[in-house]
Design a binder for this molecule. Structure first.
Ligand SMILES: Nc1ncnc2c1ncn2[C@@H]1O[C@H](COP(=O)(O)OP(=O)(O)OP(=O)(O)O)[C@@H](O)[C@H]1O
Length: 426
């Protein structure tokens, strides 16, 4: 088993207590320290941990210290604390795995739990945030356990005093830029003066929220199974659920697919009316969420989806830029082979979805757009251009031109229409 050992008061007490127990049981404890490379004191902290562990070993405690230094630095938009936390958890997991242990103890206690709940509530968190830190949690084959999460902080202080243990004081714990420190320094003393039971009560609330969260996950599992999660999520089926249940299922689905918590605004859009059209695309968690034929899927990566459908008006001559498609329309009066001006007033522009029909010549028959492209020998990259619809009828397909069924009669006032994928060179 391993203990995450910062050298601070709490993990010093936990490491000592664990090693004392391990000695009784004939086990060895691995102390894991992460050097974040952030504080000017970080080298001194590592030295302290090494010295402390060596002293305990000399006293006959069965332990061994391993440490790792984080490399790299936070991305421009990332907070230092979030970067350090993620790096720390990754380094701890890696060291534990390398040592062949699947149990890692963390030293958070009941006050930490109460603070976490308050901080989450102040950020407007839902059940997942209000549940605080679980007493134990399996992640990727490793059990992260917080054996003291129900213990008051005073019990740890008493343990430190009883065994006269030395520990470091992290100077960043008094930096008021961190929300947790502001809470500890400015709010906690008056809160507990007015409500002496605050720590216990808040920790108890976190416990209830954990139970509520477990229930929400069970309901999401059930709903997602029914909505055919594997083949893309059936959005209409989802919208038929009660609003709370739909949003719960959607949040769970997005988190499982993307590994991230989805923003509330996205949940509202997807669970609400905006997504009823049956198609659309939204950037999400470094990839794209696509709604196609009523099913929602998420794919990783930056491949841009086609722009959403829109209304365009092409009933006068000239170049009409279409920047979201990277091209332009050229509209010009012609004697034949054009479209009646009236039809160009109110067009819907959208990407291919599959299933469209297209007729290439007046005396041929309409067939699938895919076949029409094949027959005309249009290369694949030219098939990705926009389609224009007059109502439900396909009027124009990039790479092919005007659908023969939409051509104006000779002699009628009409406009020729061309799609220029790269107008600058045309
Ligand atoms: N640099 C580190 N190396 C190894 N483990 C760490 C490190 N920092 C934190 N931990 C682990 O994560 C737990 C929570 O970290 P946090 O910084 O919130 O704790 P803390 O209240 O300052 O605890 P401590 O008094 O042990 O530093 C610690 O109790 C410890 O088990």
């Amino acid at each position: 088993m391993a203990v995450a050992y910062s050298g601070g008061r709490d993990s010093t007490a936990l490491l000592h207590a664990t090693a004392m127990q391990a000695r009784e049981l004939g086990l060895e404890v691995l102390a894991l320290h992460v050097h974040h490379g952030l504080s000017v004191h970080a080298d001194a902290w590592l030295l302290h941990c090494e010295g402390q562990c060596a002293a305990w070993v000399a006293q006959g405690l069965p332990l061994r210290l391993q440490w790792r230094r984080l490399t790299g630095q936070p991305a421009a938009a990332e907070s230092i604390e979030a970067w350090a936390r993620e790096g720390r958890y990754a380094a701890l997991a890696e060291m534990a795995r390398e040592a062949g242990t699947d149990l890692l103890l963390l030293a958070q206690h009941r006050r930490d739990q109460a603070e976490t709940l308050l901080l989450q509530a102040l950020r407007g968190a839902g059940a997942a945030g209000l549940a605080g830190m679980p007493a134990q949690q399996w992640r990727e084959g490793l059990c992260w356990a917080r054996p003291w999460v129900d213990q008051p902080r005073e019990a740890i202080e008493a343990y430190i005093a009883e065994h006269a243990l030395q520990h470091i004081e992290d100077d960043s714990n008094s930096d008021p830029r961190h929300a947790r420190n502001r809470l500890r320094l400015a709010v906690w003393p008056s809160l507990t003066a007015a409500f002496p039971q605050a720590e216990a009560s808040l920790a108890q609330s976190a416990g209830w929220a954990q139970q509520a969260l477990a229930l929400l996950q069970e309901i999401a599992d059930e709903d997602l199974r029914a909505l055919g999660e594997g083949q893309g999520l059936d959005l209409l089926g989802l919208q038929a659920l009660s609003p709370a249940r739909a949003s719960n299922a959607l949040r769970a689905w997005l988190q499982r697919r993307t590994g991230q918590i989805a923003p509330a605004s996205l949940i509202r859009r997807l669970a609400g009316d905006e997504a009823r059209a049956g198609q659309g695309a939204w950037p999400c968690a470094g990839g794209w969420l696509r709604l196609y034929r009523g099913r929602l899927s998420w794919s990783h990566g930056a491949a841009a989806p086609p722009p959403p459908s829109q209304i365009v008006k092409l009933d006068f001559a000239g170049m009409h830029a279409q920047p979201d498609w990277g091209g332009a329309w050229r509209v010009e009066p012609v004697m034949q082979g054009g479209v009646a001006a009236g039809l160009l007033q109110d067009l819907t522009l959208r990407a291919r979805q599959g299933g469209e029909q297209f007729q290439r010549a007046p005396r041929s028959t309409a067939r699938s757009l895919k076949k029409a492209y094949q027959e005309a020998g249009v290369p694949a990259w030219q098939r990705e251009g926009p389609l224009l619809f007059a109502g439900e009828r396909l009027l124009f397909a990039a790479g092919l031109g005007i659908d023969a069924r939409m051509l104006a009669a000779p002699g009628q006032a009409q406009f020729g229409l061309r799609w220029l994928p790269d107008p600058a060179t045309d």
